[in-house]
Write a protein that binds this ligand. Structure first.
Ligand code: ASP
Length: 306
């Protein structure tokens, strides 16, 4: 058994590790851990308490993947729901689809009785309002919201650079490997923008035979490189988990233009090995490792630059 989560997973790690130790299925253990983080407004990049998009709304993304069936369930740009990860789970269990977004995802959430929530907490509203007051011209304010958002998007500054999506990778007692992600996405994003977190193959991928990977940071980069799928495929082709992640980092060197920023890649293999590499990060990227015994422990990611 193994569990790897990033620093944003701190609130969920003890629960997920305990459930795995009690022989819970990886998917159940991951969902339970992520739900705790989504509901806690102190984690400003996941669920309730996250940062708003350009028009002051919280749009949430989440994904679960079962590496034994290769089924996934994901939601993107979902509003007003407390637990996007559980709506993602229901997509996997109840629909012949893998990904729902926007209004359709919200409709499905209502249909399954998902818990509603006001995810924009007062502090996130205040920070967005300050951005609005100080960034927009009087003419833009007067015309709001019927203005050109694209230009604003380019000048948007993330209020919490260095904080991320939460990602969970786990192998349970039966050997099954699963992945999970949940996020409010890049702050001040264009409405409707999906990052990598709900995109299977980019932000996460799990295959019980070869391993799993999940990414945080600039989702635009991992979408373009298909990073999570690539890591698992490199392992299928015989690479160690550490070499597979480095190969995926190397893929990013071909990116030209667009948003080039920082990314952290997390990966596990079926033999209990793992690798976490922070690309272009500040160099102190912490993650959690539970190796099937004892307490989860904090570790430091390998830092590389493109
Ligand atoms: N990967 C997420 C996204 O692109 C954001 C993050 O992890 O910081 O939406």
């Amino acid at each position: 058994m193994i569990l790897v989560t990033n620093n944003e997973g701190t609130l969920g790690v003890p629960t997920t590790a305990r459930l795995l130790a009690d022989q819970a299925a990886a998917l159940d253990a991951i969902e339970a851990g992520i739900r705790l983080i989504e509901a806690d407004p102190s984690v400003r990049t996941v669920g309730r308490g996250g940062w708003a998009n350009l028009i002051g709304q919280i749009e949430l993304d989440a994904c679960l993947m079962d590496g034994t069936t290769l089924r996934s369930g994901a939601v993107g740009a979902l509003r007003d729901v407390l637990h996007p990860v559980s709506v993602a789970r229901a997509v996997m269990q109840r629909l012949p689809h893998e990904l729902l977004v926007g209004e359709g995802a919200a409709r499905f959430a209502r249909e399954i009785g998902a818990e509603p929530a006001e995810n924009l907490i007062e502090d996130s509203r205040r920070v967005w309002q300050e951005w609005f007051d100080t960034t927009l011209t009087d003419a833009q304010k007067a015309a709001w919201p019927h203005i050109d958002l694209a230009a604003l998007c380019r000048h948007a500054i993330d209020p919490e650079v260095g904080r991320d999506t939460t990602v969970f990778l786990a192998q349970d007692a039966t050997g099954s490997i699963c992945s999970g992600t949940s996020t409010s996405g890049w702050a001040w994003k264009y409405p409707g923008r999906l990052g990598d977190s709900p995109i299977v193959g980019a932000g996460s991928y799990a295959d019980t035979r070869y391993g799993a990977a999940a990414c945080t940071g600039a989702g635009e980069m991992t979408i373009r490189c298909g990073t999570a799928r690539a890591v698992v495929l490199y392992m299928k082709k015989g690479a160690s988990v550490a070499d597979a992640v480095m190969e995926a980092v190397d893929d990013m060197r071909a990116l030209k233009g667009g948003l080039i920023s920082r990314v952290t890649i997390h990966a596990i293999d079926p033999r209990g090995n793992h690798s976490v590499v922070a690309v272009n990060g500040p160099g102190n990227n912490v993650y959690w490792l539970w190796d099937g015994a004892g307490e989860p422990r904090r570790c430091l990611a390998v830092a590389v630059r493109l």
